[in-house]
Each structure stands twice: as C-alpha cells, then as structure tokens.
Design a protein around this ligand. Structure first.
Ligand code: AMP
Ligand code: MG
Length: 491
C-alpha cells in the first residue's frame, strides 16, 4: 500500500544558497519501530499502509515519497558561546512540508538519514538510543502542552554507528512548525548577505508571524514575536523542571517550539544548578540559567536582523535593545503566573512571589522532588490531610510545615472553592514526566531489542495530568537519585 503524504513545499522555493539538495542514503535492513498514527492523522497522512513495508521504506529514507523535495538546510550557530559560521543539517534531511488538518504548515524531516554537504566530519547517522530519547521526550513535552517538535516515526537501520562504542543505528522522522533557527539568520548575516537575511525574515513573517506583516516595521515586530514566544517557552520549560541541555543558537527554533532534543532531562530533586549533559562542563545550560541563555540567544538574532531594524546602526541598535528588554518582564510574568497557579493561587496578591520563592528555596535545601511536590500539593490544597505525603518529600519535613502554614493563610483569602482549586492545580502540575531512570531503562532495553519498556513509558507519559491505575510507579522518583547521572548528545 503506497503511503501518501500531501506535500506542499515552500522552503525549497527559496534561493539555492538556503539549502543543498540531497537524497537520503539507503540503509541495509530497515525495521519500523513505531509510527505515531495519531500525529499522522493530524497531518492528513492516510493511516492505510502506515505500518507496512512502504512506511518502513519511507521513514528509513530508502524511498523518497512522491512530492518530497529533499534538502539539507544551511545554518550557523553559537555553540557554548563560540560562533561556527557553517553548521547546517549534517545528519538531517527535510523531505518537505504538509499543511495539517488544523491548517498549520509543518516540516517533515528525517534525522540520521546519511551525510549531506553540511556533515563536516560526521557520519550523518544517529544511534537508536538518542532517537528513542527524542521520541519519548518530544512526545511527553507535547502531552504536557509545551510547544515542541513531534516525532512521527522511528526506524532501526540494521546498521551500526560508531561513537565511543558500536551502537545500533536509527532514523527519526521529526515534525516541526519549521526548522528555521536563530542560526539560520546568523548564517547569512555572518556572510553579510543581507538580501538573504531579508528574504528569510519575509518568509518567516509569512509562515510564523503573519501579524507582523502589518506593523510599522515588520522586522521589529518579527523580533518582538520571537522574543515573546521564547520567553513563554522558557517559562513552560522551567515550570516542569525541563533542562534542554544544549541551548545553542542553532538549536533555538524561530517558531517558538522546543527543538533538537539531545542531552535533555527532567530533574527529579529540585536543584536550580542541575546539569545533566556530559558536555556542559561549565554549567552554561544549567536549569536556572536557561532563561538568561535564551535572552543571550535572542540578542544574537537581533544582531543578525540589525540592518532591518532601523535606518543606520544607532537606530537599529536602539530598536534591538528595546525589543530585548521585553524578554525579562515577559518571562517573569509567565513564570511567576505559572508558579502561582501551581500552588493554587488564581488571584494575585502582594507577597505571592515571595511565598512561591520560599517554597522553592525550601525544596532546594531539602532535595524535594520537583514534580511530586507540586502534584501532592494538589491534595494538600484540599486540607491538611494531604500534608503528610508532601512533607515526606523534604529531607526535613519541618521545612514544609513552616511553608504550609503561610500557604494556608494565603489560600484562605482565595475566592475559588477548595474542590475547584484542587482540580485546577491538577491541570498544571503533572503526575508523570519521563523520568531519567525510566528513560534510561527503556533505552537500554530497546538496544537489546526489547521495545516493551519504551512503549509503556510512551503510554505513561501520554496523559501526564492523570493518575492512571497501573501506572503508579511511573509517577515516582527513583529509590535513589543518581548524583552522577549524565546524558549524552549521541552525535
Ligand atoms: P547538534 O549538536 O545535534 O545540535 O548538532 C550540531 C551540528 O552538528 C549540526 O550542524 C548537526 O547537523 C551536526 N551533526 C551532529 N551530529 C552529526 C553527525 N553524526 N553527522 C553529521 N553531522 C552531525
Ligand atoms: Mg542541533
């Protein structure tokens, strides 16, 4: 059964220097591991044939489906603060775009599909573990309601990739609003190709920020829009304890989605300094640094757009600075608003910020589990019967008691009735996140050809705000948090 993907490509209409035309490289013995049929349906891909041999051919890159125009995108980027003028899709190939049933345009991209002109010394391939990690975490983020790229399929290649050791290879099919990055603008700006910067900006406005087209300066409105979406996104990450791990400018999507899942992780115990990535030795991308880094990345975008922001250097700079100044307040409003909702406060009162900050300080001092503390507060909001379950999460339970007394005094002046409050809190405080020990166990089993734990974890994280019978252990932190836990890029 041929699989039909209703491609409607626009990026491939942009000038030649935006990409390289390149076909995926065939793999030896592809085996379809999983197709996201729900996502396929939303994209308007017929479900017939999605699990058959045709799908294996397409999602491995062995067959280029009708209507696809495979290209590797050019981009640059600041990696850990240092600028690389030439990165680009070294192991990813954009097949094309589809307009989904919701009317939204999305990219369909193969990741790990062989070398491209941007591969530098890389092999263009991906290992099974990182592919399935991206599958699990991107889908979990989507279920949490956080803007993110999605995963349409994963295929084992039947080939080996060489990293520190020999690993089974895989190809991921990624779906994203687009794969345009801060680094895409930097690529052209670094070459003083301002015509291309303008062409790209016009394209991005039409595709992602149509409201900006009518503004006095559409490019300034574009910058404002990207800054606002990044600020909101970063607040959402931080509010669920997510650590991206490699927030380089080439991994920052202009659309406002989370993209490029590498050494990412959710923290168990609350620790603002948490870092999991093996390559982030200086803690540049530590949990609590992330908003500051996003702001830094946006400053790099503003630099690339500078000639479009005003007449002359000074006017452009003033406009960029004004735009960037909006990031902090926007992030703080989203973050503190989110924290207030997490502890059940719908109205805003003086002292609320101090109250939630006090909770976080006590959680950090007592290594309290981030996700479970907030989840169990939902029950505690209904009455002190729920306190025992929260206080056991704190090394010193008294640290919770002291805070809970202040919290109850504050809750008493909230207008919402108690039962409604608990329901609202359960909608913003997930019970289930893809915890590191569960992700590692699922990936380790998958490498041994057992996809069971991967499938179950995918299921467990698909309804993160529900406490489902049979999934109790997925809500729990590991018996012993491993302080030396590290995640790897896998590139
Ligand atoms: P990442 O760290 O995955 O965001 O990738 C950074 C850059 O390295 C991008 O340009 C990637 O395309 C490239 N890259 C990463 N892994 C590989 C690989 N195995 N082969 C070729 N290029 C790669
Ligand atoms: Mg990347």
């Amino acid at each position: 059964m041929p699989i039909h993907i209703p491609f409607d490509n626009t990026y491939a209409r942009l000038p030649d220097r935006f990409y390289a035309r390149v076909e995926p490289t065939r793999v030896a013995a592809p085996r379809l591991l999983r197709v996201n049929t729900v996502l396929a349906e939303q994209l308007g891909i017929e479900p017939n044939g999605l699990s058959g041999p045709e799908a294996t051919e397409v999602f491995s890159g062995n067959t280029v489906p009708a209507g696809a125009e495979p290209i590797a995108l050019a981009y640059a980027g600041h990696q850990f603060g240092g600028f690389s003028p030439q990165l680009g899709d070294g192991r990813a190939i954009l097949l094309g775009e589809v307009v989904g049933r919701d009317g939204r345009r999305r990219d369909i991209q193969l990741k790990g599909s062989g070398p491209t002109p941007f591969s530098r010394r890389g092999d263009g391939r991906a290992a099974l573990g990182p592919v399935l990690r991206e599958y699990l975490v991107s889908e979990a983020m989507a279920a949490l309601g956080i803007p993110t790229s999605r995963t349409l399929a994963a295929v084992a290649t039947g080939e080996t990739v060489i990293r520190e050791t020999m690993l089974p290879g895989a190809v991921l099919t990624r779906v994203a609003a687009s794969h345009i990055r801060v680094g895409t603008f930097q690529f052209f700006a670094a070459r003083s190709d301002f015509e291309a910067v303008r062409t790209l900006a016009d394209y991005v406005i039409a595709r992602h920020y149509p409201d900006a087209a009518g503004a006095g300066n559409p490019y300034r409105a574009l910058l404002d829009g990207v800054i606002a979406r990044q600020a909101d996104l970063l607040a959402q990450w931080v509010l669920v304890g997510f650590i991206h791990g490699v927030m380089n400018t080439d991994n920052t999507a202009i659309s406002g989605e989370t993209i490029d899942y590498g050494p990412c992780a959710f923290m168990d115990a609350y620790d603002p300094a948490a870092v999991f990535s093996s390559i982030d030795e200086g803690g540049r991308y530590a949990y609590a640094n992330q908003p500051r880094i996003a702001h830094w990345n946006l400053a790099r975008l503003a630099e690339a757009l500078l000639p479009l922001l005003g007449d002359g250097q000074d006017a452009g700079l003033a406009s960029a600075q004004e735009a960037l100044a909006a990031f902090g307040p926007r992030f703080e409003a989203a973050y503190f608003g989110g924290l207030r909702r997490k502890v059940g406060l719908e109205t805003e009162q003086e002292g609320d910020t101090a109250l939630v900050q006090d909770l976080l300080t006590r959680m950090a001092e007592n290594a309290a589990d981030f996700t479970l503390t907030f989840r169990r507060l939902c029950a505690a909001a209904a009455g002190p019967d729920g306190d025992a379950a929260v206080r056991t999460l704190f090394a010193d339970g008294g640290a919770y008691d002291g805070w809970a007394a202040r919290w109850r005094t504050r809750l008493a002046v909230e207008p919402a009735p108690t039962p409604a409050r608990a329901v609202a809190m359960r909608r913003v405080n997930p019970a289930v996140i893809p915890r590191n020990h569960l992700v590692e166990a699922a990936l380790a089993a998958a490498v041994q050809d057992d996809l069971g734990p991967f499938e179950t974890l995918l299921d467990a994280t698909a309804q993160p705000f529900e406490e489902r019978p049979g999934f109790e252990q997925y809500a729990l932190p590991p018996a012993q948090v491993d302080p030396s836990y590290r995640t790897f890029c896998g590139t």
